[in-house]
Design a protein around this ligand. Structure first.
Ligand code: MN3
Length: 204
């Protein structure tokens, strides 16, 4: 089993000015590629080779090596992150907007504020997530390093449908220490069609 990088449906420069071309290029061709290659190498020399999909690996991560946890997480997380971006973003459907407002009992603006606060509270490297859990309940969570809520070691488990990379490599070239500005601008490039589609799949 060899895991492959997802192909981007948009050019590196197309998320400008919110995410700059150079960051996208390095992030995809260096960081993401390295996680993918290391995952494949870790798996080939371990019991991970009996797995056929990345989701099953995440769900059994407590039984697998630290190398698979780091690089498998890196592979899964970046595949999700890059899939949920699009040039200029896509408009959220009225259905899914209502879903978010109902689930979080607040406006869409306040939901974004909550997501931002949790992202800023995550110290050091990690990820912020919008997740679906049993019965389609939505929740926000954050994880350290390359962990994610699909992993069986995660404090709060669910199916991630949107992920924000909080590692400095994802924003430092453009935003330097301003993680808050990076988070604000992230919303400008979210592919809500993809997020909603992942939510619908999570219900099955
Ligand atoms: Mn990254």
């Amino acid at each position: 089993m060899n895991f492959e990088m997802i192909q981007l449906s948009y050019p590196f420069s197309s998320l400008e000015p919110h995410i700059d071309e150079k960051t996208m290029r390095v992030h995809y061709t260096k960081h993401y590629r390295t996680y993918t290659e290391k995952l494949n190498s870790e798996i080939s020399k371990s019991s991970g080779s009996k797995y056929y999909d990345i989701e099953s690996i995440m769900k059994d991560i407590s039984k697998l090596s630290q190398g698979i946890r780091n690089n498998g997480g890196g592979y899964y997380n970046h595949s999700l992150f890059f899939s949920c971006l699009s040039p200029g973003g896509t408009k959220i459907s009225s259905n899914f907007l209502r879903k978010i407002e109902n689930e979080f009992s607040c406006s869409f603006g306040d939901f974004k504020k909550k997501f931002k606060k949790d992202s800023l509270d995550r110290f050091g490297s990690g990820w912020a997530w919008l997740c679906s859990s049993e019965g389609g309940k939505l929740f926000i969570s954050t994880t350290p390093n390359q962990d994610n809520p699909l992993m069986d070691i995660s404090q709060k488990q669910g199916i991630p449908i949107l992920g924000l990379d909080l590692w400095e490599h994802s924003y430092y070239l453009k935003y330097k220490n301003q993680r808050d500005l990076y988070i604000d601008n992230f919303w400008e490039v979210v592919n809500w069609e993809e997020v909603e589609s992942r939510y619908n799949i999570s219900l099955v």
